[in-house]
Design a protein around this ligand. Structure first.
Ligand code: DAK
Length: 259
């Protein structure tokens, strides 16, 4: 497996994944998708990492979609590949880690879908979002048709997906597709500050909070509130909660252990 196209490194509680295929605007091929799957499997076993940041190499693209050359070559295996890709992005969405997309340029098609599989999206001003699949006679298949309307509403999702046109970072912010827009030079600083803040919080609580939000979005409010209680019950009994409360009362920094 070529690891150069998907760089991975850890700095304490923060892990960084850099999609590193700058010449092809970081277009995702199946080798990179498989590597992403492997990284997220490994991360599930890694108690040290709390936040994962995903970004693209260079300053032009986050990910300009799936590799169009590979899509052409896939021929009648296309649906198979798309199912595999969808499963990998679901794995990212369901990861127990907090995943932040630092969107530093084009986030198109599969690139926008990968950003949506993350928990939080911070974009640089030059970022552009879109689903050009229809221009290729295709449609989004890595979860895009389901995640985009959940994030921004059906009308806006249809506007973006049917036109195939790109929207700017500020439009994406107004639509609710990204949580924050910042200058290109300050993107990583902004993301690192956020990742640093998140990583000081109780890991057990973060995981439960993410689980409650994700699981609750797909069921009725009644069921969702029960999901919240289930997760709350686990958090309330956790060692992290004992430690966090004690640390507050003793005016010291908590030493969370993720259990
Ligand atoms: N795939 C492969 N190469 C790509 C690419 C992509 N998605 N995007 C850019 N590149 C390559 C270009 O071919 C070019 O390579 P060279 O010609 O230099 O060798 C290089 O990156 C620089 O691109 P440009 O010269 O085009 O750069 P510009 O600044 O002029 O334009 C652009 C930037 C982002 C507007 C343009 O590159 C562009 O339109 N790119 C394609 C965007 C796109 O259509 N992305 C795909 C979205 S569809 C499936 C699996 C997955 C999917 C679908 C089916 N199956 C298995 C069935 C998912 C689909 C998508 O993601």
């Amino acid at each position: 497996m070529n690891r150069e196209e998907t760089l991975f490194n850890k700095e304490g509680p923060i892990a960084y994944i850099i999609i590193n295929r700058e010449k092809a605007l970081n277009a995702l091929n199946s080798n990179m998708m498989m590597r992403l799957e492997q990284i997220f499997s490994e991360l599930e076993q890694d108690d040290q990492v709390i936040v994962v940041v995903i970004t693209g190499a260079g300053n032009k693209a986050f990910i300009a979609g799936a590799d169009v050359k590979e899509i052409k070559e896939a021929g009648n295996k296309r649906s198979e590949l798309i199912a595999k890709g969808q499963a990998i992005l679901s794995k990212i969405r369901e990861s127990s880690k907090v995943v932040i997309a630092a969107v530093n340029g084009y986030a198109l098609g599969g690139g926008c879908e990968l950003a949506m599989a993350c928990d939080i999206r911070i974009a640089s001003e030059n970022a552009r979002f879109g689903f050009p699949e229809v221009k290729l006679g295709l449609m989004a298949g890595y979860g895009g048709t389901q995640l985009l309307p959940r994030l921004i509403g059906t009308g806006r999702a249809k506007y973006v997906m049917f036109s195939g046109e790109m929207i700017t970072a500020h439009e994406a912010y107004q639509f609710g597709l990204v949580e924050k827009v910042c200058g290109s030079e300050s993107l990583m600083e902004e993301v690192n500050t956020l990742a640093g803040k998140i990583s000081t919080n109780g890991p057990f609580a973060l995981k439960a909070c993410k689980g409650a939000i994700n699981r609750g979005m797909d069921v009725s409010l009644d069921k969702a509130l029960r999901v919240e209680l289930e997760e709350y019950d686990k958090v309330a009994r956790s060692k992290d909660a004992e430690e966090g409360i004690a640390a507050f009362l003793e005016k010291r920094t908590p030493a969370f252990r993720g259990r």
